[in-house]
Design a protein around this ligand. Sequence first.
Ligand code: ZN
Length: 284
Amino acid sequence: MKLIRFGLPGEEKPGVVTDNGMFDVSAFGEDFGERFFETDGLARLQSWWAANGAGCPSVPAGTRLGPCVQRPSKIICIGLNYADHAKETGAAIPAEPIVFFKSTSSLVGPNDNLVIPRNSVKTDWEVELAVVIGKKASYVDESEAMDYVAGYALHNDYSEREFQLERNGQWVKGKSSDTFAPLGPWLVTKDEISDVNNLRLWLTVNGKTMQDGNTSNLIFKIPFIVSYLSQFMTLLPGDVISTGTPAGVGLGFNPQIYLKAGDVIELGIDGLGTSQQTAEAWKK
Ligand code: ZN
């Protein structure tokens, strides 16, 4: 299944996507958040859809999409998880995953505008595969970790490099501005992706290819990451884990390239759809 949330910001309704288009499943009566996932919502929705899908209204093309999951308890990111990206930033390949948080208030729809934060001169892009957790995970073995995954979504881990790297302290400062986490278009359930370790992921700025990688190059794979994180914290249903970005971010160019108002950023991952953001300047 492919799950969407659509409508005005803060008033999103749940929907599903099929080969025939987008459909409103508000009549199912639940949003795609923690409670939905923890009560086996994916299986319940599947059964409900089989019985009721034919009567669901379609969602007009061009309707705004919101983030494909309701605001989660946390967004956890893995840093430097592609060797070519570690190299371009001048960092060593990590011996253990680098873990940082991104504020949940940074979450937006996949095609919403990117707001360049006030006083930012180093706003950068990062195409990433995000994992959505399907059930509560604490001290999970790697061999069982995939049982805790609901599915996957496209994510752009926008990053303000001055805030992240030059202002001391944790990376969270450069990762958490409003609009810095466009998620979607869809949550794709894991059964729809035959090999999550072989998906092309790419990103363009104003039509020029900047990133073109493959999840086969992930240093730490998804089962390891889920198991690893669950040793340090409980992962709740609906939580988002962003698994890192391949080479080609603005920080890695010489001279460095950063986003400015009017720039158009497009990205995609095989099987997970595409998204597009237009950059705009912060205003009161
Ligand atoms: Zn990232």
